[in-house]
Each structure stands twice: as structure tokens, then as C-alpha cells.
Design a protein around this ligand. Structure first.
Ligand SMILES: Cc1ncc(COP(=O)(O)O)c(C=O)c1O
Length: 472
């Protein structure tokens, strides 16, 4: 295939490739309601379909796009459908998907504000809107990253550097070897992304003190106070807004002042739960969260943005910039230009804020509130239905959008729960996922998707109840 250049900007073939992809995207999203909830093709078969010989000669663009869509048939998961309850994933809102197409078409490197003012303008708006929606302090620093794992990592880096600086250690210059210890406290039911962030940051997941939690996965305040008193230096404390199985929230208003009294840093993993702060009816769950020093949140979860959409927020923007900026010890002067690459680990990157800008503009404040509240109400609705089913237990309080269900009791219940989940997934109408809660198997149902309505909550409850009745 010859590389071509057309005076019209696009060759006929390139135009056809774009049009083919556009039609395929429309066809995929239009067909989603009828699509099976899970792939019908095994991983091995999918690899065999795609892992062909790379030919010496290339293929025409439209043919390649058609080939990709054909080969992917039956091997995609209907994660964008309102029947996907497997993880907190959102569902890629079509307005965000449309804006995402522009991101690729525009080909902007979002790392530099000087060359890409439109992108920086939109990303700045997204960050400011989020800070406002969550009620965080004005002037909070924000970096648009790939997701909450990276957002947690960035928050932990900012915390680590600031806490070490307070002990007179310049980790940016001198690294971690020989550095004073930074005590770390996390909840016993923290997400695995928190341990990963501690590992990446060189703080060691194994060194973190795991504080006892209650039946919902919330940190026990008395145990926390005891662990805090044992810290020999100002600690890094990682709290949680939204436990992955129960949806529970740590008691920020009680815990954060205790940490502040020890000059510690509080980071909040709010991957999906921080969205509760944007909704008056749910904001009580996040009471006090604004007193933290840094937060991680996902836009693909609460906002249903297409993937590659997380945010790290740091109260003291300079601390984020010190930890992230590729310009070393650069510190922004007051009113210095907001430079995207100063707040993320990347220099070159896609304009990942644009789809979220489009969704926020499309939904408005009321739309965001309705969306998040709807997730909660649907979770309550499905839980109420499942709780009526003899022999089945909803094991969590429905704090937010997560429902954890068990079938039967004890060790036999583990087997039955697995069997019910396998039967539901095999039927392919809905896709809840597996989880483990307090040593026991659960079916986890996550409500997070712009298109989810009451009928979908009823459907997932009915599918699980029907499978259970067939076994029970
Ligand atoms: C509480 C929590 N923290 C962190 C993560 C990781 O987020 P991501 O998958 O966007 O990296 C998740 C993902 O489900 C989560 O639920």
C-alpha cells in the first residue's frame, strides 16, 4: 500500500475508511440491545482470528476496518449495554463516544497547552467543574489520567514526596534509598489498586498497616485511632469512598481530623464513590471528604465517559506539580499557566478530557445528579427484589450502587453462588460478576451506566432469582 497525500486532506480511500468505521460504530451501538451480554468466542479463537501473518504488502484502509469489525464479531463484551453489571464501568455515553472520535481525528497532543489551546481549555473546564461538583477547595490541582489506578498512584506520589519533604528529605533529588520511613495506614478492605499504588511508589504494600473494618468494609474508628497513635512520623492514610463489593464509605468526618492532628496526609480512593458528593441526596456519605489532601476518581464510572478517563485531585496543587512535572523541581509561580503535563506522569498524551467535557455539557448539573442518583435507586430496587427470594441474601447495606448477593449458607453456599452466577452468565441476558466478601463467594451487581433503567434492574434480579430457583 502506497502512503498517499491528497490536496483535499484525505484520499478517497482514507475517507472511505473513516466512513466505514463510522457506519460500523453506529451499527454496533444500534445493535447492542439485541446483542448477547457476553462474548461467544474464546480468547484462543479471538487470537487466532487476529494473529495472522503480517503481510509484506498492506491492505486498503476500508478493508482493514471491515476486517476488524468482522473478526471482532461475537468476541466483544456488551460493556456499553445497560445489561452489564460486572464492574463499575459506566457504558461509554454516546455523546462522549462522538467527542472521542474528534479526539482521534484532531490528533492533538494534549500535553502542551501552548500548542493545543482548545484541548487545554476543555480539560481545564472539566477539572474546574469536577472540583465544583465534588465541593473540593478552589485551587485544587487536577491531572487527567487513564483511570483510578493511575490517579491513586499519582496521589500517593504527591503524598509521599510532601511527607518526606516535611521530614527534611528531598525524594525528587535523593530517591528513596536511605529515606526516613513514611507510615502508611489503609483499610483492611481497600481496593487492590491502593496496594498497587503503594508498590509503584516504593512504599511497599506489605508495610502498610491494614486497619480493621466493620461488616460493610468501613474502617473502625477506634482501631484507626490506635493505629494512628502507633505511627512514629506523620502518616499517609488512604481512605475509601465506595468499597468495591459493598459500596460503603469510610467515616471521613471522624477520621480525617485525627490524621490532621498528626500532620498526616489523607488520600481518598473515590474511584466511583466520590460521585456521591455531587448529589445532595447522597452527599452525606461523603461528609468531610473535602478535608482530605488528595482524591482519585474515575470519569468512566460515574459519568459513563469512554475509557481512559480518570482524575487525580490534590488540594495543594504545587505538591502534585512537584511530583509529576517533567521539569523536575519546577514550582508554578502564582497564576502560572496551567500546564497539563505538569499534573500527570505523561508528556505526550491523547486529549482524554474532551469526551468528558462533552458529557458534562450534555448532562448539565441536573443530569449528573440524576444519573448518579439513578444508579443508587436501581441498586436499592434490585436488592429489595432479591432480598425477597427464599434462601438468597443481600449481604450489604445498599450505601450506593453495589449489590452483593449470596445463595445458600456456608461452604455449600459458595458452590451454589458460583453455580447461579455461571448459569446467569451463560444465559447471556445480563452480566453480573463474581466477588469475594469476607471470605465468602458473592455475586456482585454494579449499577453504573448512563442507559440503565428500572427494567434493567428488574431483569438482573429476575435472571438471578430464576437461576437460583432452578438450583434451590
Ligand atoms: C474503589 C476502586 N479503586 C480503584 C479502582 C481502579 O480503577 P481503574 O480500573 O479505573 O484503574 C477501582 C476499579 O473498579 C475501584 O472500584
Amino acid at each position: 500500500m502506497l502512503l498517499s497525500h491528497s490536496p483535499e486532506g484525505l484520499t478517497t480511500e482514507e475517507r472511505a475508511a473513516l466512513a466505514t468505521a463510522y457506519s460500523a460504530a453506529l451499527a454496533y451501538r444500534t445493535g447492542l440491545p439485541e446483542a448477547p451480554a457476553r462474548p461467544r468466542v474464546s480468547l484462543d479463537d479471538a487470537v487466532a482470528r487476529f494473529r495472522t501473518r503480517l503481510d509484506e504488502e498492506g491492505a486498503p484502509g476500508p478493508q482493514v476496518i471491515t476486517e476488524i469489525t468482522t473478526r471482532a464479531e461475537g468476541a466483544l463484551h456488551a460493556m456499553a449495554a445497560p445489561t452489564f453489571f460486572g464492574y463499575v464501568l459506566g457504558g461509554s455515553h454516546p455523546v462522549g463516544v462522538a467527542a472521542d472520535a474528534l479526539v482521534s481525528a484532531w490528533g492533538q497532543n494534549a500535553g502542551s497547552s501552548v500548542e493545543t489551546p482548545a484541548i487545554s481549555g476543555m480539560e481545564r473546564a472539566v477539572c474546574d467543574w469536577l472540583i465544583e461538583l465534588f465541593g473540593l477547595p478552589e485551587g485544587t490541582g487536577a491531572g487527567l489520567v487513564t483511570g483510578a489506578s493511575v490517579a491513586n498512584f499519582c496521589g500517593v506520589l504527591a503524598a509521599r514526596n510532601a511527607l518526606l519533604a516535611a521530614q527534611g528529605w528531598d525524594v525528587e533529588q535523593d530517591g528513596l534509598i536511605g529515606a526516613p520511613a513514611v507510615p502508611v495506614l489503609i483499610g483492611a478492605e481497600a481496593h487492590s489498586a491502593v496496594s498497587a499504588a503503594l508498590r509503584y511508589a516504593g512504599l511497599g504494600a506489605g508495610r502498610a498497616v491494614r486497619v480493621a473494618t466493620d461488616s460493610e468494609g468501613r474502617i473502625e474508628v477506634a482501631a484507626f485511632a490506635e493505629a494512628l497513635a502507633a505511627c512514629e512520623a506523620p502518616p499517609l492514610v488512604i481512605l475509601q469512598a465506595g468499597q468495591i463489593n459493598t459500596g460503603a464509605f469510610d467515616r471521613f468526618a471522624e477520621l480525617i481530623p485525627l490524621v490532621k492532628a498528626r500532620d498526616g496526609w489523607v488520600h481518598v480512593d473515590g474511584a466511583f464513590g466520590l460521585w456521591a458528593a455531587a448529589v445532595p441526596d447522597l452527599a452525606g456519605r461523603c461528609a468531610g471528604v473535602q478535608q482530605a489532601d488528595s482524591w482519585a476518581v474515575d470519569l468512566h464510572k460515574g459519568l459513563s465517559a469512554p475509557f481512559d478517563a480518570g482524575v487525580v485531585l490534590v488540594r495543594e496543587r504545587a505538591a502534585l506539580v512537584r511530583a509529576m512535572s517533567a521539569r523536575g523541581a519546577y514550582l508554578p509561580a502564582e497564576n502560572a499557566q496551567w500546564e497539563p503535563s505538569d499534573s500527570t506522569p505523561e508528556l505526550s498524551r491523547r486529549a482524554r478530557g474532551v469526551p468528558s467535557y462533552a458529557i458534562l455539557r450534555h448532562l448539565g448539573r441536573a443530569g449528573v445528579r440524576d444519573l448518579i442518583l439513578r444508579h443508587h435507586r436501581l441498586a436499592c430496587r434490585a436488592a429489595a427484589r432479591l432480598a425477597q427470594e427464599p434462601g438468597m441474601q443481600v449481604v450489604n447495606e445498599i450505601a450506593f450502587n453495589q449489590v452483593a448477593v449470596r445463595c445458600g449458607e456456608g461452604a455449600a453456599g459458595d458452590r451454589l453462588t458460583r453455580e447461579v452466577l455461571a448459569a446467569v452468565q451463560a444465559r447471556g441476558k445480563v452480566y453480573p460478576s463474581h466477588g469475594q466478601w469476607q471470605g465468602r463467594e458473592i455475586i456482585r451487581i454494579s449499577f453504573s451506566g448512563y442507559a440503565m433503567q428500572a427494567e434493567h434492574a428488574d431483569l438482573v434480579a429476575e435472571e438471578i432469582a430464576t437461576a437460583w430457583r432452578a438450583i434451590f
